[in-house]
Each structure stands twice: as structure tokens, then as C-alpha cells.
Design a protein around this ligand. Structure first.
Ligand SMILES: CC(C)(COP(=O)(O)OP(=O)(O)OC[C@H]1O[C@@H](n2cnc3c(N)ncnc32)[C@H](O)[C@@H]1OP(=O)(O)O)[C@@H](O)C(=O)NCCC(=O)NCCS
Length: 200
């Protein structure tokens, strides 16, 4: 437990197991997710704007999953990766992640990845909407941000669709895969998200 900038105590969510949305289960990663994780992380279209190099091997996927096994969501200064699973089939189709600010755990940053085969059905929208509900309603976050390469059209469309606000266009703010890239920063406040979820 630590004390955040407001003086409030902050404890990570060690009780988190899994949650259901309309069509998805969002849960902790398991060892058996390694091959599906390696498969979608090795897709050049998915890796293009992300931090890892391809191929992303099964061994890397296993060590990634082992490495996060003991971590909990909403831990100050850490990212937590949630597996996204299609409820009807049990197929692991992607992940969402939230990183909590080290100095003020009322602030978080999010990310999302979906296997190409699972695109175009609104799964990413559903998973990120769940993540925003979780962060704001259950974990008391004040502000959530997301940043992305300005050329990443699908994620730009997703963040716009969710009602996040584009607050910044940083020029050549990150060195990714051998080049300087421009990044957008999107944000949404708790009040804005909760109003959006229950208008009126
Ligand atoms: C970003 C990413 C997750 C978006 O995936 P996506 O499938 O486009 O997004 P959704 O799952 O929300 O699906 C939206 C599409 O499904 C359609 N759709 C169908 N049913 C829908 C529903 N019930 N709700 C919302 N959209 C629905 C939408 O119209 C939209 O179609 P369009 O792309 O033709 O406009 C995906 O492109 C990705 O993984 N990219 C690579 C990883 C990456 O770069 N991540 C960013 C790092 S933060």
C-alpha cells in the first residue's frame, strides 16, 4: 500500500480474477495463452506500431506470461496486461493493458491489441469500454490517457469511437523501429466517461 498525491491510500487489485462483458471474458493471462499470444504478436500488421520485434516466439510469450503471473492490476508504477477471450468459443483473441502512474496512482494509461482474425466486430471497443469502466468505477481513477502513432488509423478510430479526446499531437516524440514518429495523446476524465456511460 502507498499514499498517493491526495493523501489517499492505494492498494493494487490482488483479488482480480476475471470479468465478463457481453461477448468477452477478460482475465489474467494463463500459460496456455502463450501460443495465441505469440501468433498475434508475430503478425507484422500488429507489431508495426508496438514495442516488440517479430517474430515473437512461443518461448518469449511463455516468459512474458510467467513474468506477469505474480503482478496485479492497478499497481502504482506498473503495467498490467489482461487477456481478452471470446466468451462463446474460449478463444484468446487479444489483450488490454493499463499502466498506473508511479507518483499519482489516480492516473492511468491504456493500450489494446486484437488478433487480426477478431477485428471488425467491436471486440476492441467492448474490451476497452470495460477497462475504462473498471478503472473509473471500481478503481477510482481520475484520468486515463492513451498514446499512439499518428499513422495507426485503427487505434485512432477506436479511441475516437470511445469518446476519448485527442489532446496532443507530439512531433517526432518517440524513436520506434529506426525512425522518429509523431504521437497523439488521447485522454478522458472520470466524469466524462461516467456521463457517457449513463447519459442523463
Ligand atoms: C486497435 C485495434 C485493437 C482495433 O481493432 P478493431 O477491430 O478495428 O476495433 P473493434 O474491435 O472495436 O471493431 C471496430 C469495427 O467493428 C465494427 N463493429 C461491428 N460490430 C460492432 C460493435 N458491436 N461495436 C463496435 N464496432 C462494431 C465497427 O464498425 C468497426 O468497423 P470498421 O473498422 O470497418 O469501421 C486493432 O486494430 C489492433 O489490434 N491493432 C494493432 C495493435 C495496436 O497497434 N494497438 C495500439 C497500441 S495502443
Amino acid at each position: 500500500m502507498l499514499t498517493d498525491a491526495s493523501g489517499a491510500h492505494h492498494t493494487s487489485d490482488s483479488a482480480f480474477h476475471e470479468r465478463a462483458t457481453d461477448r468477452l471474458v477478460i482475465r489474467r493471462f494463463r500459460t496456455e495463452d502463450a501460443s495465441s499470444l505469440a501468433a498475434y504478436r508475430s503478425d507484422p500488421a500488429i507489431a508495426r506500431y508496438q514495442s516488440w520485434d517479430i517474430p515473437f516466439t512461443d518461448a518469449q510469450a511463455r516468459s512474458f506470461i510467467d513474468g506477469i503471473a505474480a503482478t496485479n492490476p492497478d499497481t502504482a508504477g506498473e503495467w498490467f496486461q489482461f487477456a481478452v477471450v471470446e466468451a462463446g468459443t474460449g478463444v484468446h483473441v487479444g489483450d488490454v493493458a493499463a499502466g498506473v502512474d508511479a507518483d499519482d496512482p489516480r492516473l492511468a494509461t491504456i493500450g489494446v491489441t486484437l488478433a487480426t482474425s477478431a477485428r471488425g466486430r467491436g471486440y476492441a471497443s467492448e474490451a476497452v469500454a470495460w477497462l475504462l469502466d473498471y478503472l473509473f468505477s471500481e478503481r477510482g481513477k481520475h484520468r486515463v490517457t492513451a498514446d499512439c502513432d499518428v499513422r495507426n488509423d485503427e487505434v485512432v478510430a477506436l479511441l475516437d469511437r470511445l469518446g476519448m479526446r485527442r489532446e496532443a499531437h507530439h512531433l517526432q516524440s518517440a524513436w520506434w523501429k529506426g525512425e522518429w514518429v509523431d504521437e497523439y495523446v488521447y485522454a478522458i476524465l472520470a466524469d466524462e466517461w461516467l456521463e457517457r456511460r449513463s447519459p442523463g
